[in-house]
Design a protein around this ligand. Structure first.
Ligand code: HEM
Length: 132
């Protein structure tokens, strides 16, 4: 099976539960006070729903979908809009891996490498649009 399909199946085993997104945001916000501060005024119920779509876009982009949704994320997170510095994405991906490890019963170090390699190019595209 190709990498993007392994990731898609892992997403299917874990990302369909509300608890996944609750765990993701606790994990992500626990990583740094700066990150916690960014979500201070955010409606987290709505945000958890938006993240579900966002992860789906990363997975679909890796499977060959057009990059328009990924570019839209790059635009909304850019310096002129939400001002999410590119250095924060490493923590975001780490929080995603920790959450996947907890929720996907078939998670493994090998599958983690596959996830990172598969969504890496889309994350880099988002980071590259920061100053655009
Ligand atoms: C590739 C990784 C990421 C994905 C898929 C993602 C996804 C999303 C989505 C779908 C939204 C809703 C607005 C929109 O569509 O643009 C959003 C908002 C937001 N994201 Fe991200 N995000 C990512 C990385 C980050 C990082 C690294 C941070 C920084 C700490 C961050 C902070 C925020 C904030 C502060 C909002 C706005 C919350 C509000 O409305 O109050 N995101 N994100």
């Amino acid at each position: 099976m190709v990498d993007a399909d392994l990731v898609f199946q892992s997403y299917g085993r874990s990302c369909n539960k509300a608890a996944f997104y609750e765990d993701f945001y606790s994990e992500f916000m626990n990583q740094s006070d700066d990150i916690r501060a960014l979500f201070q005024d955010t409606n987290m119920d709505a945000q958890r729903g938006l993240l579900r779509g966002g992860i789906m876009w990363l997975v679909m982009h890796a499977r060959g979908m057009s990059d328009s949704k990924i570019r839209a994320l790059g635009e909304s997170h850019s310096r002129k809009k939400m001002n999410i510095h590119p250095s924060h994405y490493g923590l975001w991906v780490n929080a995603l891996m920790t959450t996947l490890a907890r929720h996907d019963p078939e998670f493994s170090p090998q599958l983690e490498r596959t996830w990172r390699a598969t969504i890496g190019p889309s994350i880099e595209l988002i980071q590259s649009l920061y100053e655009h």
